[in-house]
Design a protein around this ligand. Structure first.
Ligand code: NZQ
Ligand code: ZN
Length: 387
């Protein structure tokens, strides 16, 4: 195990009705806030009114930024930066899923930066002095509620790029599982696939001696297997929503990668290319690509870890590592399909005429992945295998 520093500084307020503590959490960091949310689900569910009531009770001044889309756009970021500057705001509250939270991180980073916020995503500028942010999470998937990562799309250039900084970790996140009761089957399933994919990205490495990290990772995967179909078929099951919600947060807050050299993240880079162009739901893209990637990277070097996964998660008894790995990959595919997630790009009507562009885009800053390094040709093969 490598040396590491682990500091996941976000305060998590987990459980039903924790929204009543919102004003006191905000007051510790600011008093003039940007209230940011998505396309309307929070109005339909009544959450919007509850939040307005809480803010008004405590006379917290707020300005609204609404309409943040899934695969959030740089234009929403620019608008948010303008609002923060025009109204002299000192805190941002995001209410929603990963898209809203990623968008407010980019806004927070952009307010005190002289240039355009897109610079953070093309490695043209470093993040310094972001505004503090807090979140009310409404969809369990990305882990954005407790990490410093953000992913923003630029439709003009057909790019979707990641950025991040530890200072972008939310100061607090309210995780009330009942707020996810209204998430539909498709988004719930995509969320479960995303959580599992975050574990895969950090579990499938060649590091040695990380038993505890692997054990935590396997526990989170088992949680997804146990509760994945329940959140879809019994959406108001508190136990299932609560377990998936906490799993999503733990899967990408630094816990399972600490002590390892780095995560792999090739599959995410490839998926971001797909959703940049076709606006596909992130988890659906991962459902198509992860089993294909696993099969593609299977080699003498990687077979032992893939076999460990197959044996510990899917109870595969095969003593041959490669055969066990292949059986585990098939089980993964079957599980994603059982959740109603797609297995091929053609299933979601994605043609293959932009595969070259996507492969080049995924490798814009050089080859990707650590479990097996992938160059443009390798990424192209994976995309072709995913048709
Ligand atoms: O916009 P509204 O009306 O709120 O509807 C949203 C949206 O249409 C809806 N929704 C959210 N909460 C709901 C709800 N509907 C009913 N009831 C609720 N309680 O769900 C739809 C999808 O929301 P979105 O925020 O896009 O989903 P998710 O949380 O999966 O976020 C996906 C985005 O996060 C990025 C992805 O690339 C994608 O852009 N990621 C961010 C990461 C990070 N910051 O660490 C890591 C991930 O790997 C990922 O790349
Ligand atoms: Zn993801």
């Amino acid at each position: 195990m490598n040396n590491f520093t682990f500091a996941a500084s976000t305060r998590i307020l987990f459980g039903e009705n924790r929204i009543s503590e919102l004003p006191q959490e905000i007051r510790q960091h600011g008093s003039r806030i940007l209230l940011a949310y998505g396309g309307g689900s929070i109005k339909e569910s009544g959450l919007y009114q509850r939040i307005i009531d809480e803010l008004s009770k405590d006379k917290i001044f707020f300005v609204e930024l609404s309409g943040i889309q899934p695969n959030p756009r740089i234009e929403s970021v620019r608008e948010g930066v303008r609002l923060c500057r025009d109204h002299n705001l000192d805190f941002i509250l995001g209410v929603g899923g990963g898209s809203v939270i990623d968008c407010i991180k980019a806004i927070a980073a952009g307010v005190l930066y002289d240039g355009d916020a897109w610079d953070f995503f093309i490695r043209k500028a470093n993040i310094t002095n972001p505004l503090p942010i807090g979140t009310v999470l409404t969809l369990a998937a990305t882990g954005s509620e407790m990490n410093g990562n953000m992913v923003i799309s630029n439709p003009e250039t057909e790019e979707k790029r990641a950025g991040g900084h530890d200072d972008l970790r939310p100061k607090f996140s309210i995780l009330d599982p009942t707020l996810t009761y209204s998430v539909n089957k498709w988004q719930s399933a995509a969320g479960v696939v995303d959580v599992m994919s975050h574990i895969f990205e950090q579990y499938f490495t060649l590091d040695k001696g990380t038993f505890v990290q692997d054990a935590i990772a396997e526990g989170i995967l088992k949680t997804c297997l146990r509760y994945g179909s329940i959140v879809i078929n019994d959406p108001t099951n508190y136990e299932a929503r609560a377990n998936i919600m906490w799993a999503s947060t733990l899967a990408l807050n630094g816990l399972t990668v600490s002590g390892k050299t780095s995560g792999d993240w090739a599959t995410h880079a490839i998926e971001h290319e797909v959703s940049a162009i076709y606006d596909l739901t992130h988890g659906a893209g991962l459902s198509i690509l992860f089993p294909v990637w696993m099969r593609y990277v299977l080699s003498d070097d990687t077979a032992p870890k893939l076999a460990q996964y197959a044996r510990n998660i899917w109870n595969i008894n095969n003593t041959d590592d490669k055969e066990a790995a292949i059986e585990g990959i098939e089980k993964t595919r079957e599980f994603f399909s059982s959740l109603g997630m797609p297995a091929k790009l053609s299933e979601v009507e994605i043609p293959d005429d932009k595969i070259d562009d996507m492969a080049k885009g995924a490798c814009l800053f050089g080859p990707i992945g650590v479990f097996k390094k992938l160059d443009v040709a390798a990424v192209k093969d994976i995309l072709l295998n995913a048709r």
